[in-house]
Design a protein around this ligand. Sequence first.
Ligand code: NAD
Length: 436
Amino acid sequence: MKIAVIGTGYVGLVTGTCFAESGNEVTCIDKDARKIQTLEQGQLPIYEPGLEELVKRNRREERLRFTTDLPSGIGPAQLVFIAVGTPQSADGSADLSTVWAVSDAIAAHVNGPKVVIIKSTVPVGTNRAVAERLAKAEHAVDVASNPEFLKEGAAIEDCMKPDRVVVGVRRPEVGEVLRELYAPFLRTERPFLVMSPESAEMTKYAANAMLATKISYINEMANLCERMGADVNDVRRGIGHDARIGFQFLFPGAGYGGSCFPKDIRALISMSQQLDVRAPIMEAVDQVNEAQKQVLVRKIKGHYGDGLRGKTLAVWGLAFKPRTDDIREAPALALIDALLAEGVRLRVHDPEAMPNVKAIYGDKLVYCDRPYGALEGAHGLAIVTEWQEFRNPDFEVMRRLLQERVIFDGRNLYEPHVPVGYGFTYHSIGRKSGVP
Ligand code: NAD
């Protein structure tokens, strides 16, 4: 099939590349000329494991190309995916200005019958509104909804082997075209679910709301455990073996971030407010998470008391989660802001996200290429992202490099007795602090 993908970000670039990998001819379109230039030079504007190799191969085989020119990009396409950003606007609702702009541009340039597929996460009713805009076009255009469920850091795997594919269509024939497109990814009997566009739009929000709820739930339990002298890891194991509960997404930490959960929960709250329906669970999930982003700040203040100003702390992990360079709404940024405001000097390290952090903070932080480098002369270490390489550090080296042996672990990476055995004071989430 001939496909255009408008918006070449984390979602558009990955899905466009995966469609090319299964034999389609794909044009990825973006208004960001620098991004397109980078891609045309064979480089990636984002970090996503495994993506570079796939982009290179499909470019070489001329199934994947990049352009800033929307009319020529959509010209030959039978299917046009919209994968632009839908960030949070000032009032908490989803900002759809880019979706409208792109829809109008498609309407103005469409040169034959096409299916326009909304992959961006959009409020319920957006499909209908886009269809109304496209009704002005000279050719018949179907509008489908096809929410994306990929996870940054595992996006290729999620795209090639999705748990399910959800499409929202008004005409069954459109569903069949999309079924054919996705067939190569669903060979292991994963379901292809066809529903109304409204249900498909809501499915995306309901999925993210459930996942965010699990995180805020376990964080609330963790905070209770800590005060009650219980260990949240034991409690987690104790409940996870119940098949009705399970283990997934029940890891306590320093709060969720990223480009999806925070804004999608708030968009859902905003949708419910517009309908005059209360959504107290969603409001609580957001509030718990905002508070949880301050959990390490509270522990750090509690540890140093009045002596915090002028201290130097090391921070391991800046991306909102491992295996990505994405720092949108990352808990590490909340920690950095709070500590800078307290007059703390920060030496930070992240395997992939440092350029993005540097673009915001400039020389307010010291950027260290290696995790141990960040520890040199610091009075303690805060861990905010659970990158694999932080899980088994050399505590002997760490104790030599740090001025004070204290770790604030926002991701519960260690069994407390291990760092304590090396003389560290060890603060983690939902567990008693370990003191040597
Ligand atoms: P992104 O910010 O990484 O990418 C969006 C891209 O759209 C950018 O490259 C931007 O330059 C481009 N763009 C903006 N306006 C444009 C225009 N007028 N014409 C052409 N291109 C334009 O965003 P993302 O993370 O890929 O997310 C895209 C959508 O997918 C959002 O709705 C998001 O909620 C949803 N989503 C994201 C993820 C994720 O993990 N990132 C997962 C599932 C769903």
